[in-house]
Ligand binder design. Structure first.
Ligand code: SF4
Length: 65
């Protein structure tokens, strides 16, 4: 989720082999389609992609689509 996540954490999770879940929120002008395309390239289903968006950011419209 790094491409749509609010910066400032120093990419803590990827630095230790984890994934970014955008726990700091989404940037205001995020390219959500690009993020979804990247997740799709890794073989996630649409529901799995939306779960990634909803985990910490369910209040955003993009997570409700
Ligand atoms: S999940 Fe949160 S702490 Fe981890 S890399 Fe993403 S924004 Fe940073």
């Amino acid at each position: 989720m790094g491409v749509v996540a609010r910066a400032g954490c120093g990419a803590w999770c990827p630095s230790f082999g984890g994934r970014c879940y955008a726990c700091r929120g989404l940037i205001s002008d995020s390219n959500n389609k690009a993020a979804k395309d990247i997740l799709d390239e890794f073989g996630l289903t649409l529901e799995q992609i939306m779960t990634e968006f909803r985990l910490f950011n369910g209040v955003y419209d993009v997570a409700k689509e």
